[in-house]
Ligand binder design. Sequence first.
Ligand SMILES: Cc1cc2nc3c(=O)[nH]c(=O)nc-3n(C[C@H](O)[C@H](O)[C@H](O)COP(=O)(O)OP(=O)(O)OC[C@H]3O[C@@H](n4cnc5c(N)ncnc54)[C@H](O)[C@@H]3O)c2cc1C
Length: 436
Amino acid sequence: MTASRTVRADVLVVGGGMAGAMAALSARAAGCEVALVRCAPGATALSSGAVGVAPDLSALPGDPLSWRRGPVESARRLARQRPGHPYAAVGEGLVLLPDALDFAVRALDPLLAPVLERPRFLATATGEVVAAATCQRAAEPGDLLAVAGPLAVAGLRGHLGFDAALVADGLGRHAGRGGPEVRELEVDLPGLDPWARPHELARALEPPGEAERLGERLRAALANGARGAAAVLLPPVLGLSPAARVPERVAAAAGVPVAETLSDVPSVPGLRLQAALEARLARAGVTVLAGELRAAGGAPGDRVEVGEAVILAGSWVLATGRFVGGGLVRHGALAERAMGLPVEAAEGRDAGVHLSGRPATSLTVRDRRAPQPLLSAGLRVDPSLRPLDGRGRPVHPRLFAAGALVGGHEHASDGTGLGVAILTGWLAGRAAAARG
Ligand SMILES: Cc1cc2nc3c(=O)[nH]c(=O)nc-3n(C[C@H](O)[C@H](O)[C@H](O)COP(=O)(O)OP(=O)(O)OC[C@H]3O[C@@H](n4cnc5c(N)ncnc54)[C@H](O)[C@@H]3O)c2cc1C
């Protein structure tokens, strides 16, 4: 295909998930012209609605309500204990974590609840409790420490994707240990399609009158079965667009605060987050292009073709994610897809590019709770987030990496996924802006 459009920018960001969006927005806030290319939604669009920053490593295993430390303090401790983690790799940059989180909350306003000094304790759609730095506002009133009385878990009769009894049973185990008392109820919503997928249900609640109808049904169900409930927990389908204000409208009609649980995949909160990032990029004046960057042998400052455009930018930020996003691929061995950069894996005390050259199947261990070298593989970076070559030198002075593509953390499961994407994205965007 012949390129028909030339885009000149100070900074090119590759990847449209949380890390790429934060990089683009922070470079833009520093006054740069920014182009962002992305081929598809990645892991960000699958995330549950919680924003994990760092686990409290001193909490009791299996007892999330025993988390005491706030996210920033937990991230500092994690960096000290795990020298390969991105929070350690950024060195002094970790001091800026509160600024990066604040930037993300403000950039995505009104999507995210503010970060508190303590974790938020959130219910999953299977009745587990997850501690996280923050969450979407749609989940905020369900923070177990913020519920000032009994909590009602409400299923929608006929909606097969949510089992209120299972959730109530799971949460009930934390009652008396810091969690609220839990009740279960079911709401009749005539016309509900039992086969509707979560995003279809979420859209169906957005038009005027629909959220209110659910709220009125909820009010009636509460009067019958859960009088005195201080908050209601619903399935994670409370609208796709924050602008539709579905939770607020349901709550106003029900007469009680309502929240959604966190979600499995496919995830309405994940799709909501992805849509909010894209809307924010457009408002900020970032040039967003669809297409895949293939630049093996290329470098910042080179002309690159993406779809029908030729892009010329002085600095590049790679935020292409890991296996879900497409930043890393497995062809027997592990490879970084866009530029062919060296991938590092770590096993026990042994780390390096040679491990990633092994067959991917040899990088998993049988005990699924043990660290999995395959799942924490990625690029190694210097404190400015520049990818390093096999001998530990920056590949290029104006090439940066962010998010799940950076190795040393298990982004889908270690409780630091979106936190790493926010911090490294924000820092990489600033660094790229300074050198663009
Ligand atoms: C199922 C699942 C659930 C999760 N839930 C949570 C959660 O609840 N809370 C939490 O904190 N973390 C969660 N995580 C982790 C978190 O989602 C990720 O760490 C984070 O979203 C990574 O963001 P990212 O921007 O680095 O990558 P991604 O969101 O994967 O984005 C990568 C982007 O790069 C693009 N791309 C890739 N290659 C190219 C190329 N060559 N050219 C152009 N574009 C390219 C992709 O199209 C995509 O847009 C979850 C992860 C998974 C997999």
